[in-house]
Ligand binder design. Sequence first.
Ligand code: B12
Ligand code: SF4
Length: 465
Amino acid sequence: MINSPKVLLTHAYYLDGDVKELKIMKPYPPLGILYLAAYLEQNNIATDVIDSTFIDFKKHFQLIKDYSPDFIGIYTNLMTKINVVKLISSIKNEPKLSHTKIILGGPEVKFNSKNFHSNGAEYIVKGEGEETFYELISNLWSQKDITSILGLSYILNGNIIENEDRKKLLEMDSLPFPAREKINLKLYFNAWKEKHGASTISVSTMRGCPYTCKWCSRAVYGKSYRRKNAKLVVDELEKIQQQFNFDTIWFVDDVFTVSHKWLSEFRNEIVSRNVKIKYECITRADRMSSDVIQLLKQSGCYRVWIGAESGSQKVIDLMDRRVDVNQVREMIIETRKNGIEAGTFIMLGYPGEKENDIIETLNHLKISNPDYFTITTAYPIKGTELYLENESEFMNSPDWATTSDRDIKLKTEYSKKYYQYAVSWINNEMQLLKQKNNQINLSHSKQFKLFIKSKLSRSLMRIYK
Ligand code: B12
Ligand code: SF4
């Protein structure tokens, strides 16, 4: 493009301001904007990226000011939304950036577009960003009409105009590899290595998920399944192995083993090309089997996360997760027997969950005994069935610009404190079990403390019921 625009992509996640993540220390690079940068460059629009993860808001804003972009594209998710709103306001109030057009994208924008527009965002890209972002930048820069750009909303004469949704990108294979070289991945590698002894890099091989879990946001990729040819995925792995020095791979795909045909092709590529990788992925128990475990093992998988969310079939059915809890247990156990670590996710406080369901969840964890599990308490993400079904019964209505959907209180059986103690009870009980099984080695005093904490949490659950 002659006389090119200055295009800047960024996000507004600041590791330093995320107290929880500082303890976990598993920061991930913003893959979405790296895809966009690669796509624009493939279409001859030079694009820069400012990665905010390792800087603070002040420094971030200064860098943006110095860059002085014609277009700034900001990735937005539920967690970063408050920072994004703040950033928009700072850009709007900065005379040096009066020419800068603000474009938002990412999972949080589709169902919150009106709010983002009324907080200063000029353009919002809904769903997958590549084509819409490219068309928007090139049309605006060459002063062409934007009224027929699919997947876009914008403000015209004070009104919010919502264009039709864009169809899903079907040609995964023509997408360029994300422009990882635009950011300093070493900062991520170092953070991981320091805390966990091994660095990791994230890779995406599929888009969309064909399942129906009611709490899960499908704002970007919809209910779909599209995947890159296994050969191209392995090309990308070889390329990043040459470019960067990392230890493990994290596949960000929603259900890595959803297609057994693809997985088998992937294994064949990895084995025949003698590519040595160590990776971790997420999947569902109903897409696992003894054969799948072997395919995972042969292709380099060292850890697989098998979602369950609850140990109670009743709650799993309320979530419309469509999986049998017994199968989840069997697959966690079999995965571990085959030398692959198993992780699982647990969600407490789903509407309709009672205390006996929580007890069943603890029993489920004890029986399956995964190497890792994470527990969250349920919250409704805008646009999900969980949100829509419970909206009329929300217990509060927090201020949109300064809170996130995580602050919305669902009408649940018990109090917030009850669930906090339930989380603590499960964590302590599982630690004690792992000690009993000789999976961890705790001092007597630590074991005693855990025992007391577990009993105390259980008693407090009764008090705060
Ligand atoms: C891997 C992952 C994680 C990892 C790493 C996150 C990371 N920073 O990479 C971990 C485990 C840490 C994580 C944590 C959380 N996650 Co998460 N995560 C994912 C997952 C599975 C993949 C993300 C990914 O890399 N996708 C691939 C990239 C290419 O897609 P993308 O980012 O969406 O980008 C496309 C579009 O959004 C758009 N786009 C993106 N940026 C921009 C910018 C502009 C300007 C434009 C125009 C377009 C655009 O174009 C891109 C290409 O088409 C997604 C689900 C999914 N399948 O995407 C959930 C997801 C993003 N996570 C979600 C949530 C809720 C969280 C947490 C808040 C959970 C929690 N703890 O409570 C935290 C927040 C963490 C944080 N720091 O931001 C939700 C977000 C919902 C929402 N409304 O925001 C998702 C969608 C899961 C879901 N289905 O509900 N997550
Ligand atoms: S939770 Fe996982 S399986 Fe369920 S809809 Fe979301 S991505 Fe798909």
